[in-house]
Ligand binder design. Structure first.
Ligand code: ADP
Length: 501
């Protein structure tokens, strides 16, 4: 166990209030670090183009950092416009000569093989995801990696059934798909993008985010191992200009982007007037709504899961809490108690609830928003759980009694910061929940099915969870309203984004 987290000599104490006896019950948890022994990382990663590892034409590399320790993990190739052009050419040739000629059944076999290989190397992927991105190993092991494999399995199943997905309609692949993904779910986002594209008969040029390229590059190793024909999937790494080179390349037929609303707008402008098909999955400011008749303890757990686990690095995070007045005091008190007992620290420890913020830049953004909250005069509650002195760690934070017009209610923070508002009536909360530029997700907690159905039809959000939060499944479509983007990923809907119908 690294000393950085100060856990070598120290044993964590976990405590919980026993409500019956009204006393604190404590128990000890020893450090439980996941082993790194079985992973292999090269000191330097090149670009994966046309089935080969090639050096970037400009000879430039950048560092990928472990945000929990600020240590360098590997050097990553910085792809130039010329490299992107090479990748698009390889994808075009593979599309024309090989992939578009294969039957759906054959395509499905390759996709299925990729899914199996991810499963076989699941532990390695989980560890690298955590080292590179900072998220708790529990999240990458139990959520990111299994879901990524499931996406490949699911779309492998669709590859030979496209005509059944769209009966009485003719479907055709689009050609070369340019795909750009963010840093919050690096492997899972790569799976969301690559699996449906391949199932529908397209070839791919994918760019991971600059701070989290490693699992996409490990996926390239699996793609090599799977025997997928050269050029069908190409992985180019780099910064925003590499992404822009993909978007602007004249021979790309489809652009799929997940990331910030600002960059989404730039991309939308760039493809306007071209024939490129576009899907955008952008920011969010999702409402988590607790009614008086909700199961309160489960709801509190759902709030924690919705915003604090994964450091709030989820575009659909339940970052705006609405509590009905009659239970507001109880919910807030229970939430504070729960927050105080969350573990923040070494992402590699299996007991850790909240890992590291993904980068210094994002850490500074979160701190900036908390400062704005203070300056606006809001009541702020930061959990008092201990945080490591090194690395980018942020305590779960509540912004209480905040106004609807507050910057913190309106803007995406992308960190473990939750605004709390109260409401009296159903109509009031619908109006408040919808009053944001975004519309990605929402959560509703109530005992009444009728209330759930009422809200699901009126909330302008792509996903509405009832009595749960942040649950994903390859079968369910995901996507936004308004400035959260358009197009759906996942499920049968996810096929439409990669087909001419
Ligand atoms: P975030 O704020 O979540 O980091 P960004 O939208 O900045 O999200 O980044 C998401 C992805 O978009 C990353 O892979 C990033 O390199 C890429 N990107 C950034 N700027 C551009 C751009 N102008 N064109 C295309 N891709 C871009």
């Amino acid at each position: 166990m690294s000393d950085v987290f100060g856990l070598t000599s120290q044993i964590k104490i976990m405590s919980k209030k026993d409500t019956k006896q009204n006393e604190t019950v404590s128990w000890e948890l020893s450090p439980a670090p996941e082993s790194k022994g079985h992973i292999s990382l090269k000191p330097k990663y090149d670009l994966f183009i046309n089935g080969k590892w090639v050096k970037p034409s400009g000879g430039k590399y950048f560092d990928s950092i472990n945000p929990a320790t600020e240590e360098k993990l590997a050097e990553i190739a910085y792809a130039s416009e010329a490299d992107v052009d090479k990748a698009v050419k390889a994808a075009r040739e593979a599309y024309t000569n090989v992939w578009s000629k294969l039957s759906g059944r054959e395509r499905g076999k390759y996709i299925f093989r990729i899914a199996r290989l991810i499963q076989e190397r699941a532990r390695e992927f989980a560890v690298i995801e955590t080292l590179d991105g900072g998220k708790a190993i529990r999240e990458s092991r139990d959520v990111d990696v299994p879901l990524a494999a499931n996406h490949f399995f699911y779309y492998a199943g669709w590859a030979d059934k496209l005509e059944y997905a769209f009966p009485n309609r003719k479907v055709e692949s689009l050609g070369v798909a340019g795909q750009i993904i963010p840093w919050n779910f690096p492997l899972l986002m790569a799976a969301w993008k690559i699996a449906p594209a391949l199932a529908c008969g397209n070839t791919v040029v994918l760019k991971p985010a600059e701070t989290t390229s490693l699992t996409a590059l490990k996926l390239a190793e699996i793609i090599e191992e799977s025997g997928l024909p050269a050029g069908v999937v190409n992985i180019v790494t780099g910064y925003g200009d590499t992404g822009a080179a993909i978007v602007n390349h004249p021979d790309v037929n489809k652009v799929a982007f997940t990331g910030s609303t600002n960059v989404g707008k730039i991309i939308q402008r760039a493809v306007a007037g071209t024939n490129k098909k576009l899907t955008l999955e952008l920011g969010g400011k999702s409402a988590n709504i607790i009614f008086e008749d909700a199961p309160i303890d489960q709801a509190v757990e759902g709030i924690v899961n919705g915003i604090f686990f994964n450091q709030g690095h989820v575009c659909c995070a339940g970052s705006r809490l609405f509590v009905q007045e009659g239970v507001a005091d109880e919910v807030i008190q229970k939430l504070k108690d729960r927050m105080d007992h969350l573990y923040i620290g070494d992402p590699m420890d299996k007991n850790t609830d909240i890992g590291a913020i993904n980068s210094k830049e994002q850490f500074d953004t979160i701190r900036k928003y908390i400062k704005i909250g203070k300056a606006e005069g809001n009541e702020i509650y930061e959990s008092n759980c201990p945080v490591p002195s090194k690395g980018y760690f942020c305590r779960p934070t509540l912004i209480l009694d905040v106004a609807q017009s507050s910057t913190l209610v309106q803007e995406e923070i992308f960190g473990p910061v939750l605004t709390v508002q109260t409401f009296r009536t159903v109509d009031e909360v619908i109006q408040k929940a919808n009053n944001t530029p975004y519309g990605l997700a929402a959560g509703v907690w109530t005992d009444k099915g009728s209330k759930i159905f009422n809200l699901t039809t009126k909330l302008r959000a792509g996903v509405v969870w009832a009595n749960t939060y942040n649950r994903f499944d390859p079968v369910s479509p995901f996507g936004g309203y308004k400035e959260s983007g358009f197009g759906r990923e996942g499920g049968k809907h996810g096929l439409e984004a990669y087909l001419k119908i």
